[in-house]
Design a binder for this molecule. Structure first.
Ligand code: GLP
Length: 242
C-alpha cells in the first residue's frame, strides 16, 4: 500500500510527517523509530520537540536508528549526522542516550562496522516507522542510483552530484567526506511502515519517476512501491508533476 499525501507547503508536510511518527511513539510500548538527516525532516523534528515540550509526547521508551553517517567524521564535527541529530532533535527531548543509534563514522573497518550496524538494527526487534528524505537523484539514505539494490548496511562512495549537493554545509568541497555508511535498501524495506517526505519543485521530476515510474535501482526510491505500508508526504511543488 502506497499512500500519496499532498500538502500545501513545507509546514503542512512537516506536521503530517510528525503526526505519523508521534502515532507510533504513542501506540507502541517500546517504539523503534528510524530517522533521517537532511534539510527535509528538520520541520518535522521541530514539531516533535514542540509536542514533547507541551507534555504530549514522551521519548523515554523510544529507540532510534538512523539511516546513515559520513565515514571519517567524528561525532563532534558539526557536519556529522550524529551532531545533526542531537542538534535538531535528541538534545531537546527526553530520549535516553543509550537508545540512540547511528553508524559509527570513525570505525575504519567497513566490514566490521556494517556487520555491527546490521546487528544493532536487528536487535531492536524491528523498526515501527522509518522516516526518509530523498536526494535529487532519487537516492534514499546514501543508496545511490546503481545497477542493483543493496541489501544490508554498506559503505558507499558518494556520487559527485551528492557531494555537490552537500558541499554547501562544508567549508570547501574538499572537506566533504567521500564515503559514508548507510543502511541498505533491504534494511530500509524491512521497516513495518515507511514515511518519505519530499518538498520543492527541484525534486518534482524525481518524485514522478520514483512513485509512478518503473521500479529500478537507477531510481532507488522507486523500490518503495513494493513496500506494504508507505506514506509519501509531498508539498504542492514536489507533487506538481503527478
Ligand atoms: C543526504 C542524506 C539523505 C537525504 C538527502 C536529501 O544525502 N543522506 O538521507 O534524504 O541528502 O537531503 P535534503 O533533505 O537536504 O534534500
Amino acid at each position: 500500500m502506497m499512500k500519496i499525501i499532498r500538502t500545501k507547503n513545507y509546514d503542512e508536510m512537516s506536521e503530517k510527517v510528525a503526526e505519523l511518527i508521534a502515532k507510533e511513539i504513542r501506540e507502541n510500548e517500546h517504539p523503534v523509530i528510524g530517522l533521517a538527516t537532511g534539510s527535509t525532516p528538520i520541520g518535522a523534528y521541530k514539531k516533535l520537540i514542540q509536542w514533547y515540550e507541551e507534555g504530549n509526547l514522551d521519548f523515554s521508551d523510544v529507540t532510534t536508528v538512523n539511516l546513515d553517517e559520513y565515514k571519517g567524521l567524528p561525532r563532534e564535527n558539526e557536519q556529522s549526522y550524529w551532531y545533526f541529530m542531537h542538534d535538531n532533535l535528541f538534545d531537546h527531548v527526553n530520549i535516553r542516550p543509550d537508545h540512540v543509534n547511528l553508524p559509527d563514522g570513525m570505525n575504519d573497518d567497513p566490514e566490521a562496522e556494517c556487520a555491527r550496524y546490521d546487528q544493532v538494527v536487528a536487535s531492536t526487534g524491528g523498526v515501527h516507522i522509518q522516516l526518509l528524505g530523498m536526494g535529487h537523484n532519487g537516492h534514499i539514505a546514501f543508496n545511490e542510483p546503481s545497477d542493483s539494490f543493496t541489501r544490508g548496511t554498506n559503505c558507499v562512495a558518494l556520487q559527485q552530484s551528492t557531494i555537490d549537493a552537500n558541499k554547501r554545509f562544508f567549508e570547501s568541497e574538499a572537506d566533504v567526506p567521500r564515503y559514508a555508511y548507510t543502511m541498505g535498501i533491504g534494511t530500509i524495506m524491512a521497516a513495518k511502515k515507511i514515511v518519505i517526505a519530499v518538498n520543492g519543485r527541484a525534486k518534482a521530476e524525481t518524485v514522478k519517476a520514483a512513485f509512478t515510474g518503473p521500479v529500478t535501482p537507477r531510481v532507488p526510491a522507486s523500490i518503495l512501491q513494493f513496500h506494504p505500508e508507505v506514506y509519501v508526504v509531498l508539498d504542492e511543488e514536489a507533487a506538481s508533476l503527478l
